[in-house]
Design a binder for this molecule. Structure first.
Ligand code: SF4
Length: 480
């Protein structure tokens, strides 16, 4: 039997299911809708997390499988649902994603979609099917597998052109905007795939659009086959689910990858990649941002060195944040992801081999196991999404929110932690979370430790000023 990284059973898995990744990827395509082939509960789960994280309405159609369809097959439901979806929303693109139930009963969605197209005149609407059983992987695999399937169905043999493809890691809409600005600064004409910068974080408008404006245009995806290069952002993307690898194998578009630009080393690598693709030096503004990051790293090093961090989330994001930690003297004590990823393990071992050999690296894991290792490793700060809140609340570990889902704070969709300036902001947030924890109760603790009620001077021994009359301060809440 396969060895998995659980202390006991899989308790509170450190992941979201594959269709969630499909939903995020599809939202980054212009005028597209998702049809989830499964029960309505799956839709509720996806929409709850997506709306609370992005603070945007999120419509996902459902084939609404019930007992009958589960036994006799859900093809009829799916076809009826697709017809309704086209009539109501008028999308130009539909991604049909499967669920645990659809896969378990052996639904052949590719065949059903083919039949649907043959039986109905759907004009210019593209409908593609992707297999995303919830139990088959995580949000991470669902995201990239969907992108690969979209590229597979939409990209067409095109004469070579000067544009490049940029396959976006699963980062916040704020980070997508930031990376697009960096591409512009280098003068690069790029197809950003997918582009959730506006669809998941739209400006206020009095007009309601059933499908939000924005996303990668269909024609741009079709032309990705003729691009002069593809840059994939993400250091642990397996070839089997990589859209860039598909474009390289099928159409000869050269592929290069770089980590999410978080941290000095990763940002340098990203700048080198953009400079090479643009054929020009790094613009001055980035040199200045880099200098500010270095300055901040020096300013904060005394506090950084006290931090023992737990980092969890998607493998690409965890590996990028781990790099920022390591280069700042923040011990990456526990690095964990719910995805099964040999690439992540290898990359982390390489990163940690110099100074942090004792760090724990876990893939395919759950929060019970993470908690076990975090406590044994003396973790004093956690960097990750809201799914770790039980752990951090229970043990009083200060959290810094990054990734998805963030549904116990506002602004997850606006976070910008990429680039030199974004990395500095992340470092500020990490160090300040440590300081807030360390000094939040500092005076109270000092008074409790050093105050002697019979001290004739009327001052406590920590020199903090006059003490309250009436003996030692027992209640830290009142005392503050
Ligand atoms: S894990 Fe399976 S059943 Fe649960 S929401 Fe995901 S697809 Fe649906």
């Amino acid at each position: 039997m396969k060895k998995r990284n659980f202390v006991n059973l899989n308790i509170n898995p450190c992941k979201m299911c594959m269709p969630m990744g499909a939903a995020i990827a599809l939202r980054g395509i212009e005028n597209s809708m998702m049809m989830l082939h499964g029960s309505q509960g799956c839709n509720a789960y996806l929409r709850t997390h997506l709306t609370t994280h992005f603070s945007e309405p999120m419509d996902i159609a459902s084939s609404s499988l019930h007992e009958n369809a589960t036994i006799h097959g859900g093809g009829g439901n799916l076809k009826k649902g697709l017809k309704n979806l086209i009539q109501l929303y008028r999308p130009t693109f539909i991604g049909v994603a499967t669920t645990c139930l659809a896969e378990t009963i052996g639904e052949d969605v590719v065949r059903i979609v083919k039949e649907f197209k043959a039986e109905n005149d759907i004009g210019q609407v593209s409908v593609i099917a992707t297999n995303t059983p919830g139990y088959g992987g995580t949000l991470y695999e669902g995201y990239f597998r969907t992108l690969r399937d979209v590229a597979r169905h939409v990209a067409r043999e095109t004469p070579r052109h000067e544009r490049i493809n940029v396959v976006m890691a699963h980062v916040s809409p704020g980070d997508v905007r930031n990376i697009k600005a960096m591409l512009r600064a280098f003068g690069l004409d790029a197809v950003v795939f997918p582009d959730i910068s506006a669809t998941f974080d739209a400006p206020f408008s009095r007009e309601f659009h059933r499908i939000p404006k924005g996303g990668t245009p269909h024609a741009d995806i079709a032309a990705m086959a003729g691009a002069r290069a593809t840059l994939e952002i993400g250091a642990t993307i397996p070839d089997q689910i990589s859209p860039g690898k598909y474009l390289e194998d099928q159409f000869g578009v050269p592929l290069s990858r770089c980590p999410i630009p978080i941290g000095l080393a990763n940002c340098d690598a990203f700048m080198r990649a953009l400079a090479r693709l643009a054929g020009r030096p790094v613009p001055t503004e980035f040199h200045e941002d880099r200098g500010r990051l270095l300055d901040g790293m020096i300013d904060m090093h005394k506090v950084s060195g006290e931090i023992r961090a737990l980092v969890y989330g998607d493998p690409d994001l965890v590996s990028a944040v781990a790099s920022l930690c390591a280069e700042n003297g923040i011990a990456p004590a526990v690095l964990s992801t719910g995805a099964e990823s040999p690439l992540f393990r290898a990359l982390m071992r390489e990163l940690l081999k110099e100074s942090y050999e004792a760090s724990i690296v876990l893939d395919d894991t759950d929060f019970e196991t993470i908690e076990h290792h975090a406590l044994r490793s003396g973790v004093n700060l956690a960097i990750g999404n809201s799914a770790g809140k039980q752990l951090t609340e229970k043990h009083g570990i200060p959290p810094v929110r990054i990734g998805f889902p963030i549904n116990d704070r506002y602004g997850g969709q606006r976070l910008v932690y990429t680039g030199y300036a974004g990395s500095l902001k992340l470092l500020d947030d990490v160090v300040n979370a440590r300081l807030a924890k360390k000094f939040g109760m500092h005076r109270v603790v000092m008074r409790e430790r050093y105050h002697r009620p019979d001290d004739a001077s009327g001052r406590d021994r920590a020199g903090d000023g006059p003490i309250a009359a009436g003996g030692p301060i027992a209640d830290p809440v009142r005392a503050s």
